[in-house]
Design a protein around this ligand. Structure first.
Ligand code: FE2
Ligand code: FE2
Length: 244
């Protein structure tokens, strides 16, 4: 198993592991390292991925410098290896939204978590990350995303998931492949709030979208997010409107 490293924005590293057996075309599992005075890891990966991803991080910095570990929601690929990371990084604190701490981390985390409120900013020294609560987007009650303000990078977790092992960074259409994957996997918890939650992210006007499964996106993020929101709004309307 090999984990590739790409710097997708200044000092923001994508750590990508391709698992060919997932789905018909395989799927990438991407963690992100924000290198700052207090380095932060977004997503832990599954436990089986830990040795390869940890080796990749070690090529960038001493693992023991890691100060923060966070993720979008409670699921194996987002946080399965949390215990392994906390063991390898004794100075690291796990941080998550208030709901995630209440329903899981306060009980299950090896060390006490730090809860972040919606919109709360963590100053990493040279980089600033803002926690955004996005309940059930893409799925799970505790879901949230992270926005790095200095580089304009939005960590989108499973939003924009697409299959295969594409380039680390693209400026091509992200929404088409994401819709294909949504139709195949049906991974989004579609609710009346899905479109509005994604439109709130568009208002940040991110310049890079750091995608957990597939290519990250370089360019104006707002229209891409708006297009995805419209897809989900249409889907909800079709699901809930009775035939005439
Ligand atoms: Fe997920
Ligand atoms: Fe995921």
């Amino acid at each position: 198993m090999e984990t590739k490293i790409d710097e997708i924005a200044p000092r923001i590293f994508r750590l990508s592991t391709f698992l060919p057996a997932v789905g018909p075309q395989g799927l990438t599992f991407n963690q992100f390292l924000v290198d700052a005075e207090e380095p932060l890891l977004f997503h832990c990966g599954q436990r089986a991925l830990f040795p390869a991803v940890a080796q990749a991080v070690a090529r960038i910095m001493d693992l023991r410098r890691l100060r923060w570990i966070t993720f979008s929601h409670i699921e194996a690929d987002e946080c399965g290896a949390l215990g392994e990371w906390l063991d390898a990084a004794p100075a690291a604190t796990v941080t998550h939204g208030a709901i995630g701490c209440a329903i899981w981390l306060n009980d299950q985390a090896p060390r006490p978590p730090r809860a972040l409120a919606d919109n709360e900013v963590l100053d990493l020294g040279g980089r600033r990350v803002r926690r955004l609560d996005t309940p059930h987007v893409p799925h799970c009650w505790d879901a949230g995303l992270l926005y790095e303000e200095t580089t304009g990078t939005l960590f989108t977790s499973d939003l924009f998931t697409h299959a295969g092992n594409p380039a680390a960074l693209t400026d091509r259409d992200l929404v088409g492949p994401a819709i294909e994957a949504e139709k195949r996997f049906g991974y989004t918890a579609l609710t009346p709030a899905t479109g509005a939650t994604i439109r709130r992210l568009a208002k940040l006007e991110p310049r890079t979208l750091a995608v957990m499964h597939g290519s990250s996106y370089s360019g104006a993020g707002a229209p891409v997010l708006e297009t995805l929101a419209t897809f989900y709004d249409d889907r909800l309307r079709k699901t809930t409107t009775p035939p005439a």
